[in-house]
Design a protein around this ligand. Structure first.
Ligand code: ZN
Ligand code: ZN
Length: 275
């Protein structure tokens, strides 16, 4: 494993809208990684669940850090285990004051770790729950665009005040997906994938997404951006995602960070960071 690299100092803050800062992935280093990211300009972060057996840890981490929030959901990989009990667990966790969304949930027809019917059912149920709880849904979508669009539409996504709100996290789509996403009123969150040299159609999409829909994330510990490829990803590297987006859009990294911060706060109803 490569040694941790320090990101260059910036004049503003940034939000990592999707970071899995849990012991499952960071072990004893978890707190150190969180502190290091806060020390390097990450002002807030959202820690979404992928399983339901670490909800207590998600709550505990959010209670330790004023600027860290969480979401609970069942990832499509585990969708075959979906039951009413899962819905109850998500609803219960969502009552916590630091719970800002439902997810991550969605469809992954690339890995197919759960059958498609279970994935559709678990995703639709979590969208319904998010709508009822008035929280945004954090969508994981891989190779299942039309199916995801159909479910979101059916569950009430759109551009009305009372529509289901949400984000396509770790976006891997192309320009052809953007109009359907705009019709759903959803945000698009870019990860380290946008920094990979061969991610051409994603980079094309990154140039075209409307400014008021852009979020940035690491999805750490996965997907370290190109500049730190081979290292274990952590929230502070979200700066490299913003840097690449800035290059693609002909903007400054600070302006991308600020736009993404405002969008993330709006989507997840985050307060101003505690200094
Ligand atoms: Zn995901
Ligand atoms: Zn994730």
């Amino acid at each position: 494993m490569e040694k941790t690299k320090k990101v260059p100092k910036k004049t503003c803050g940034i939000i990592d809208s999707h970071a899995h800062v849990v012991s499952e992935f960071f072990g004893a280093e978890r707190e150190e990684v969180i502190q290091r990211s806060f020390a390097n300009g990450v002002v807030q972060m959202v820690n979404p669940g992928v399983v339901l057996d670490n909800v207590d840890e998600l709550k505990d981490i959010a209670e330790r850090h004023a600027n860290l929030f969480f979401a609970t959901g069942l990832h499509p990989h585990g969708a075959k285990d979906w039951s009413d009990k899962c819905a109850e667990a998500i609803e219960e966790a969502s009552a916590h004051p630091k719970a800002v969304g439902v997810g991550e949930c969605g469809l992954d027809f690339f890995y197919n770790n759960s059958d498609h019917d279970s994935q559709r059912q678990a995703f639709a149920a979590q969208c319904r729950l998010a709508k009822r709880l008035n929280k945004p849904v954090i969508v994981h979508c891989r190779d299942a665009w039309q199916e995801a669009f159909d479910i979101l539409k059916e569950e009430g996504a759109g551009n009305h005040a009372d529509s289901l709100k949400g984000v396509f996290h770790c976006f891997t789509g192309a320009p052809e997906h953007l109009s359907a996403i705009a019709d759903l009123g959803f945000y698009v969150s870019f990860s380290g994938i946008v920094t990979f040299p061969n991610a051409k159609s994603l980079q094309q999409a990154a140039k075209q997404v409307p400014e008021d829909k852009i979020l940035v994330e690491t999805d750490c510990p996965f997907l370290a951006p190109q500049k730190v490829r081979g290292a274990k990803n952590e929230p502070q590297y979200v700066w490299y995602v913003a840097e690449r987006l800035a290059e693609l859009r002909g903007a400054s990294v600070e302006s991308i960070a600020q736009i993404a911060m405002a969008n993330t706060r709006k989507l997840f109803s985050l307060p101003e960071p505690v200094l």
